[in-house]
Design a protein around this ligand. Structure first.
Ligand code: DX5
Ligand code: ZN
Length: 225
């Protein structure tokens, strides 16, 4: 079994007055992606980052910018985030009236398309669009805030999605897991089939974010032995 995965540090837990430092830490630690949590105070009870912030960070990093939209009416924000420089745009299945058209819109803007699913949403809800997306983002906390605990059952959900993708010859679709990912539970999630791990508080609330990012990647090496 391969243990290759990408780490996507979430800048939600970084110092918003000094995002350049957070981006440099992602670079130095060797993170593959930078995860941007967009919250609209409607789909979730929090308000965070909009397209202008993505536009500001775009020239400061060559990392893959992964925009996670926790918003109602996602179709209204696709083009602004694409223009700002997003590489991937993920919307929530619970927020989309017409998921197919959201995916088409994201792709027409030249971005990768992701769909996210909240912990209590049945897997069946994403099955009809699995063949159209590039990423399935499995929420392992209720979306809205960083620093929450990883919900039990999330790894099982990842395993089920992995099987579903394999059964349908969709192994190209990445499984990303978001919420409560720590160094101590990352291995479990990777073994369940995750390709991308989002980590916010574990990275940016640590004393040494660069070393913490490196420690995540070290986990995969240890596992191979
Ligand atoms: C939660 C966000 C997450 C969050 C993860 O709604 O989608 O991306 O930043 O933070 P941690 O890793 O602290 O749970
Ligand atoms: Zn997120």
């Amino acid at each position: 079994m391969t243990s290759e995965f990408k780490l996507a540090p979430s800048i939600l837990s970084a110092d918003f007055s000094d995002l350049k430092t957070a981006l440099n830490q992602c670079e130095e630690g060797g993170a593959h992606w930078v995860h941007v949590d967009v919250m609209d105070n409607q789909f979730v009870p929090n308000l965070t980052i909009g397209p202008p912030v993505v536009k500001s960070i775009r020239p400061k990093t060559e990392k893959f910018i992964d925009v996670h939209m926790m918003v109602i009416e996602p179709e209204k924000l696709v083009e602004p985030f694409a223009r700002a420089g997003a590489d991937n745009i993920t919307f929530h299945i619970e927020a989309a009236g017409d998921p197919d058209s959201v995916i088409d819109l994201i792709k027409s803007c030249g971005c990768k398309a992701g769909v996210s699913i909240k912990p209590k949403t049945p897997l069946q809800d994403i099955i009809p669009i699995l063949d159209k997306v590039d990423v399935v983002l499995v929420m392992s906390v209720d979306p809205g805030f960083g620093g929450q605990g990883f919900l039990p059952g999330s790894s099982e959900k990842v395993s089920k999605i992995k099987k579903l993708l394999a059964d349908n010859s969709l192994n190209r679709v990445l499984i990303e897991v978001d919420g409560g990912i720590k160094l101590h539970n990352a291995k479990e999630v990777i073994e369940a089939g995750a390709n991308v791990l989002v980590a916010g508080s574990e990275v940016f609330n640590s004393d040494d974010p660069v070393q913490t990012i490196k420690d995540f990647y070290q986990l995969s090496i240890t596992k191979d032995k």
